[in-house]
Design a protein around this ligand. Sequence first.
Ligand SMILES: CC(C)(COP(=O)(O)OP(=O)(O)OC[C@H]1O[C@@H](n2cnc3c(N)ncnc32)[C@H](O)[C@@H]1OP(=O)(O)O)[C@@H](O)C(=O)NCCC(=O)NCCS
Length: 197
Amino acid sequence: MEYHIRQYGLQQGALEIQYIEEFFGEFPRRKTSAEVVARLQNRDHQIVMAEAALPDDPGTVVPVAFKVSHELRESETDPKLADLVQRLAGCVTFNGRRVLYSWIGGTRRDWRGQGFFRALTEQQEAWALDNGFDEVVVKTKNKFYAMRGTLDHLEFDVIQFEPQLDSRPESKVYLSKRLGRAVVEQHGSTREVVNLS
Ligand SMILES: CC(C)(COP(=O)(O)OP(=O)(O)OC[C@H]1O[C@@H](n2cnc3c(N)ncnc32)[C@H](O)[C@@H]1OP(=O)(O)O)[C@@H](O)C(=O)NCCC(=O)NCCS
């Protein structure tokens, strides 16, 4: 199977994210395009989406999976990102290295289990390596079992665990993957990428 991927620029990509997130019932607070722009502007970032045909209308192609990542620096001024950097202290080295934070992403329910998220992850890793990144970091929660299982298959290592003693499912899990030529050489997906950025 060949995966059809679009890599978006900031403004259009932010609108596409706002649109696709409407299909994710499990996201308690969906991102607005304004939030996406505010987070990504002034930092290196990547917005990728996979498209596929509707099962009952093969002539109509829709976005079915997405992944958004951005550079994370040691000296962040945004309070949320500064807090994240602090939580990663001791398990991620920033000094002299480029760290990519895999911020949001998912696959629409009807298209899960068909390799779309792997294809986007492989595209993200190839782009990150080409752009000088050394490591991809991601955060999830105990309760997101599908995401945890997927990150396991994608060979992300757990680097930090923050237990939430009054509610175990809410405990935070931080994972990372170090990038290198060998990682990209292991990729198995066939991708056609249209770059709109
Ligand atoms: C997690 C999610 C992104 C996976 O997307 P997907 O397109 O179905 O994933 P893929 O088909 O590309 O699968 C990638 C790998 O993960 C594995 N995988 C996928 N879903 C899995 C699950 N529920 N449990 C365990 N492994 C899983 C696949 O077997 C595959 O491994 P392989 O390539 O080695 O065979 C999708 O289920 C989703 O969007 N879930 C909701 C998002 C969410 O929970 N977000 C919470 C915030 S972090």
